[in-house]
Design a protein around this ligand. Structure first.
Ligand code: ZN
Length: 74
């Protein structure tokens, strides 16, 4: 069985609407997309009221992507 690739994407380094290409296959992943056509959410890590990390899996290439750097509301 093939091991899934694991990447980390820092959202503070992404410009625009927060869309980013999958680091492996390049498919555009939009955090606003709730259809699960492109990716699905595996894990949500919350610290207090703040979303700290989101682990998603690309449906196209099966890579696991750790999303960090969510904007922390003051
Ligand atoms: Zn991918």
């Amino acid at each position: 069985m093939k091991q899934p690739l694991i990447y980390q994407v820092d959202l503070t380094k992404i410009h625009g609407e927060g869309d980013f290409p999958c680091p492996n296959c390049g498919v555009v992943i939009s955090p606003e997309d709730e259809t699960e056509n492109v990716y699905r959410i595996l894990e949500t890590k919350v610290k207090g009221q703040t979303l700290e990390e989101l682990v998603i899996q690309c449906n196209k290439c099966e890579s696991k992507i750790h999303l960090v750097g969510f904007i922390i509301p003051e």
